[in-house]
Design a protein around this ligand. Structure first.
Ligand SMILES: [Ca+2]
Length: 262
């Protein structure tokens, strides 16, 4: 059964309490006291307004937290401190690791994006990584089963896309775009992505959960065999790559309802 759903949203932070200057100014008697109280109340109101502004300002690039699942055991404790770990295999392009940073560059003669993959048997997982687009036109986190592509997070300088992949090349299966979220990524800035896969569902957030894309398709609910990164152009960089098991969160149904209602 095809159980597609779609989502695209931005989570806003709001402050519900706000000081009412009229009500505060009404407290106290006499003109002089009233003027002082009015000035004080304006100061209080401006302070409250400032707090509201700070609280509602866009979240700066930071570590997003999983919202569909909770993390379990570490699945792939790889170090990129001094060299490519043996567990990661460069399939296309040039890949180097140093100082904890993995750097991928497309080779024009390949006529294919740079690709690096890591064999990993899992079904549900939380994959966190930071990235810097550099000169890349597009990068992706790509997740495969033993036969084919299953799903991916695509990131360009203008947006990110959460999608189920085409699983049979020339066959009738087609990719399904769950969400396309507009978000600008400057080439020199580091950003952090969290991708959660649980059953048929997939959620991706970039930078403090300010933007979320999610969806579901029956194809996702199967054993996976490997995951990896792609780079179109580049070099692009990756660091702080963490892959853990995932357990369902009890509040995901409510979170999803709230997100879908926005
Ligand atoms: Ca196809």
């Amino acid at each position: 059964m095809d159980i597609k759903s779609q989502g695209r949203l931005s989570v806003r932070h709001t402050v519900s309490s706000r000081v009412d200057p009229e009500r505060n100014a009404a407290v106290g008697g006499g003109v002089f006291a009233g003027v002082k109280l009015t000035l004080l109340s304006h100061a209080v109101w401006q302070f409250a307004f400032a707090l509201t502004f700070i609280a509602s300002a866009p979240a700066r690039a930071g570590q997003p937290s999983p919202i569909m699942t909770t993390p379990g055991a570490m699945l792939a404790p790889d170090s990129f401190a001094s060299a490519l770990p043996r567990t990661w295999h460069a399939a296309k392009g040039t890949w180097v690791a140093e100082g904890g940073v993995l750097r991928g560059t497309e080779i024009a003669a390949d006529k294919h994006q740079a690709v690096i993959r890591r064999p990993l048997a899992f079904t549900n997982a939380i994959i966190t990584f930071s990235f810097r687009l550099g000169a890349a036109r597009q990068i992706s986190l790509s997740i495969n089963d033993a036969q084919e592509h299953v799903c991916r997070l695509l990131i360009t300088p203008r947006d990110f896309v959460v999608r189920k992949d085409d699983h049979d090349h020339d066959g009738p299966d087609k990719p399904v775009e769950f969400a396309r979220v507009p978000l600008k990524f400057a080439p020199e800035e580091w950003h952090t992505a969290v991708v959660e896969i649980q059953g048929a569902e997939m959620v991706a957030q970039i930078d403090s959960g300010a933007k979320v894309g999610f969806g579901a398709h029956a194809l996702l609910d199967r054993p996976k065999a490997n995951l990896g990164f792609t780079v179109a152009g580049g070099p692009a960089e990756f660091r702080d790559i963490s892959i853990t098991a995932a357990q369902p969160r009890a509040d995901w149904t409510e979170t999803k309802r709230r997100l879908a209602a926005k």
